[in-house]
Design a protein around this ligand. Sequence first.
Ligand SMILES: Cc1cc2nc3c(=O)[nH]c(=O)nc-3n(C[C@H](O)[C@H](O)[C@H](O)COP(=O)(O)OP(=O)(O)OC[C@H]3O[C@@H](n4cnc5c(N)ncnc54)[C@H](O)[C@@H]3O)c2cc1C
Length: 576
Amino acid sequence: MADKTLSFMRSLCMGNIVEEIIFPFPKIQESEKELLKTTFDSIGGWLQSKETEFKKWDKAGELPKEFLEEMKQMGMFSFVIPEEFGGLGLTSSGYSRTIQELCKYDGSVAITAGAHSSIGMRGLLLFGTDSQKQKYLSKLASGEMIAAFCLTESTAGSDAAGIKTKATRDGDSWILNGEKLWITNGGIADFFTVFAKTEGLEGQMTAFIVTRDLPGVSAGPHEDKMGLRASCTTTVNFDNVRLTQEHVLGEVGKGFKVAMKILNVGRTGLGGGSIGAMKKSIHLASQHAKSRQQFGKNISEFGLIQQKLGHMVVECYVSEAVVSMVAGLSDRGCEDYAVEAAISKVFATECLWRTIDEALQVAGGGGYMSEYPYERIMRDCRINRIFEGTNDILRLFIALTAMNDVGAQLKEVAHSIGNVLQDPIKGFGVLSEYARKRVSYATGFGKATLSQSHPTVKEQAEVFEDCTKQLASFVDKMLRKYGKNIVGHQFATRRLADVMIDLFALASVLSRVTAAIEEKGVEATKREREILQVFAGQVSRRVRSNFNKIDDNDDQQITSLALDAVEYEGYRWDTI
Ligand SMILES: Cc1cc2nc3c(=O)[nH]c(=O)nc-3n(C[C@H](O)[C@H](O)[C@H](O)COP(=O)(O)OP(=O)(O)OC[C@H]3O[C@@H](n4cnc5c(N)ncnc54)[C@H](O)[C@@H]3O)c2cc1C
């Protein structure tokens, strides 16, 4: 059993493969599987019957009140709430699988239920006091209260620490003022997790539970959006709202930590949703390819169609491995999986974007018509790469966490080397583990190994080991090249993030395929091994290419062109 405080990816960047964290591949428990099957049977039939309505509501830009009532009755707000409060008490794995199921029917419905459970009320589960839980959880489970997460403001999106909403002390109370922007469920929620700057603690943020019945709470009109149109997105306003200590969620001044933890734990919801939409896209595209005839043949017989479908399957399987792995880490009580959770969000949302793009291409002109579901899935899923942390910001977080860890170790290395010079015997004793690895990597002898993957996938396990070795050189080389200024070098940081994303995905799929072979045998897993072969090949090529680009790139020219476009406010070279 691995140390629960260890992160797989942070350890990997230090040159350690902590296999116990990712083997065996996490499984949904049998009892929970039964519960999920019953739940999916009941919601599946109901949602299937609404297919034409979903299309209508997407156009209208709203879910009708009666349907929201049905959602409550069907238990769509109860997924992650413990049974003692009337909820289903799903694990992260079970919850992620449930959002996946909803996304097969409609994105707006999935986000309405998902924003409630993933982020709206998650803070209460994670940080609420007993009395706060007693007061709200049953109402949140029944849907009597729908929840929303209120962080973003007009001047504070990615830079969440820059919010201006303020809670000012007034005796024992707090007075809350401010406006939150683009809040999912804003117009239908009664329970808001709100982040505000608190006075006295300069620049610090505190999380509050705010309910709609409090004087001064109001919501703006529905925003007209590109996708997820029927989900309710509004501003939420707080005008001199009086709060007490009972409304404080977590510790005063620790709101930023609360926000980040909620987003982190909630990521498997968005990941699950992306997989659901990928499965639906693959179903639609393969069905179309099988029946559509051109040039006297089914289009499925053409290589270019096969190439698309094959890649869609690979991306879906690997995404499912990554998201399930992260849900498993959460369920096992791992304490540090923020980097892995961020990776799962970036990976799954981008795979979905490519998958629906290719599915639409397979459908040809029909894919562009609202008569068919492709264009709606595409509009609905575009936001996934933006909300709950843009994929750009998450890439920076992924890579800079690694650089920070290694940088700290390097300081120790420098210190140890100083000691070695002053007192060779004592000095070698303190030469850090990381320094030892660096030396062995540099001399070509050392290699972290993966021993728990199945022998039949040895070749792909070796790809992972080789790439891990390259990762260590990558981090080292970047730190030597940029030092403390790495934060200002985002092109390079992105490359490191992409290598880390690929390696976690490869580790997850190695673990998944190993579990499949152990369960079903080598013969029965031919296709899964093919997926692994394809993906390992892609990872190997991408890692090598990213590594080469540390020194051989066009970053300077691209920067210069971008800055010029910004100065000119557009493209310079019109032909007339
Ligand atoms: C449909 C919808 C639902 C939403 N639901 C909610 C909700 O329920 N609750 C909530 O609080 N918010 C919600 N949001 C807001 C969402 O989380 C933000 O839009 C998101 O965090 C990005 O912020 P922004 O739009 O201000 O973009 P900005 O932060 O202005 O970013 C613009 C671009 O600049 C990039 N960028 C920013 N900083 C950097 C940097 N340092 N380095 C490199 N690139 C950078 C970004 O990646 C992005 O590409 C929702 C938004 C939408 C559209």
